[in-house]
Design a protein around this ligand. Sequence first.
Ligand code: PMP
Length: 448
Amino acid sequence: MTTSPTRPRGKMNNSFSPEGLMSLPQDSRELVERRERLLGPAYRLFYNEPVHFSRGKGARLWDAHGTEYLDAYNNVVSVGHANPRVNAAVAEQMETLCTHTRYLSEGVLNYAEKLLGTMGGRGRHMMFTCTGSEANDLALRIAQHHTGNRGIIVTSEAYHGNSHLTAGFSPSLGEYSPLGEWVRTVPTPDSYRIPKEELADAFVEHVREQIKDLQRHGQGLAAFVVDSLFTSDGIYSQPTNFLARVAEVVHEAGGLFVADEVQCGFGRTGEAMWGYQRHGFEPDIITLGKPMGNGYPVAGIAVDHKVVSTFGYDMRYFNTFGGNNVAMAAAQATLDVIQDEGLVDNSLRVGEIIRQGLTDLQERYECIGDVRGSGLYLGAEIVSNRDTKTPDGPAATTIVNGLRERKVLISATGVNANVLKIRPPLVFSSEDAARLLSTLDDVLAGRP
Ligand code: PMP
């Protein structure tokens, strides 16, 4: 494999290290080498021993040897791997018509109407993209045009995308990925280490300071952008008493509030359809992606009429694939399944079983310092010492790989990669939760 030993690869949590190549089974080794040759050095694989899947169904995946895995990680396929209703809708639409948003079509309007209905009555419009990165990119272009400012504030370990603009406000991409000139960060609202009564005031104050800093450098605030579950920061679901205050501060400064719902939207938190709703305020722009088409690439933004009006009249928007008939069929079927099968409630119910199970394990295993999360987005922070709350990334990596060896998939997140990241498809059942928890117990106890 053509890797330079003098140049370590940029970080990613739970990634396969090329040094492990020679200890892989021959079939995996050949595939890894072929990937390296054909796809180059920028891609990363999960796990010390990468997995090669050949099919999926519901919350199950099967590898190339036919071994079954429990999927407690993949949130894109939120209504389950190979969901029959989504598959049928996509196949039927593909066989009938696939054109773009420059022709009249009812499908895109029916979907926009139904989706906007889940966000309350406010006068919003839908604009469609193919990826979350494009959605955030478009949101920021609109925010900058509307406000006449360029400043962007995000949290210190945020991820918002891979385009030039969005990578520039995604500090979690690491030290070699440059932040944009007018990008400022505020510390993660770390509810494990910051006292509860101080957290809201401190966070709001950090935002104020960064707004002032932007202004002193001659630029105002275009947007504060946030994932309200702070998933790449380490999953912080509580408290929910500060983003509404941030919205006020942002508006006073003439900026917009962009809620990045790519991770926490579409019922993931169980408590609400949208993550921002848990915080009790209305964002100016809501960006969507990942689970929106259950694997079909569909994403977009919901934006206030007054915010997008100058942009819309001054410029035009077209995205070749965004909002096409097939994308809309996939998105419509996904939303229908979420609603018809009560998956938001399922997320709350099964998420609570997992959260309680993790809390029970925390009583028995010293290494679990904190349990966080909402619905089917859960985090367990692994520490080497509960008193000092010292993050233990290597231990988290061992646990993630121990689960993988026992055919259960999760990953790790946070700046120290020490927070177990559990976010299964929304169709995860209570039996699935029991299997996840008992396997985690085995791993923590060192049982084979
Ligand atoms: N925002 C958030 C919060 C994300 O987690 C991601 C993807 N991990 C994105 C934006 C970018 O989405 P995409 O990969 O579809 O471009």
